[in-house]
Unconditional design. Structure first.
Length: 255
């Protein structure tokens, strides 16, 4: 039986002669913030791409909410309750903020081909989805930007917009891929508080990939460390900070 909301079981993925992930296993409890850390090239984003069904693993399983995630098609991932942000911003710059956020709300729609063609209930559904988008923008303190195009907005604001787009699909599991990249020290502090608060408000489980160690250690209940695709440590932030293998991986000290 699977433990927790997400269980990664022996995931291995190879690209030609390169092993990007090597027998990686860990689990995340419901409601937990789990930090996934490791040096550049360790395989963190590769794992996100496996969970998102962008990559097929060479072997292993990923169990989400009791179901084998690898049986799902990529377009079904958001429908079953998984949403993500990306390492590099993936917003439509000429569209307004609310239009970008609505791009994440498609899984909440109930229209099928016939009802959409006949426009049965279409206006009500569009209004309901817009209401959810505006509520999410208000929660993330973005309401003043709702009708502005994304192009030209501050980088930290655009990071929050991408987070709003991920939240509007009403996920159970949120994958955050380096959300603090490019932010100032004060913005990182604000983002850390926001991540914890939205976890509580939206009943989320969060898998966080981040190089900003202060953020990871400050908000994670558990941290998993990978190096060259293999797990080298797993534990509480204090346990990880004292682990000699982790220190070696980051500082290059002899193992």
């Amino acid at each position: 039986m699977a433990r927790g909301l997400l269980e990664v079981q022996g995931i291995t993925i190879r690209f030609g002669g390169i092993t990007a992930l090597d027998d990686l296993s860990f689990h995340i409890e419901t409601g937990e913030i789990c930090g996934l850390i490791g040096p550049n090239g360790a395989g963190k984003t590769t794992l996100f791409n496996v969970i998102s069904r962008i990559y097929d693993p060479t072997q292993g399983r990923v169990i989400f909410d009791g179901e084998d995630l690898l049986d799902c098609a990529p377009h079904e991932i958001s429908q079953i309750g998984i949403s993500r942000t990306f390492q590099n911003l993936a917003l439509w710059p000429r569209m307004t903020v609310v239009e970008n956020v609505l791009g994440g709300a498609h899984t909440r729609g109930k229209q099928n081909f016939f009802s959409a063609m006949m426009r049965f209930g279409l206006k009500k559904e569009e209004k309901d989805l817009k209401d959810v988008a505006y509520e999410t923008l208000e929660r993330l303190e973005l309401l003043e930007h709702a009708e502005k195009p994304c192009d030209g907005l501050p980088f930290g604001t655009m990071k929050r917009i991408e987070l709003a787009r991920a939240l509007v699909s009403n996920p159970k599991l949120l994958l955050l891929d380096e959300p603090a990249t490019g932010l100032t020290h004060s913005e990182v502090s604000d983002l850390s508080e926001l991540i914890v608060s939205i976890r509580d408000d939206f009943n989320l489980t969060i898998l966080l990939v981040e190089h900003h160690m202060g953020m990871v250690m400050g908000i994670s209940e558990k941290v998993v460390v990978i190096d060259f695709g293999s797990k080298i440590a797993e534990g509480t932030p204090s346990e990880i900070q004292e682990n000699s293998l982790v220190i070696s991986a980051y500082l290059g000290a002899p193992k």
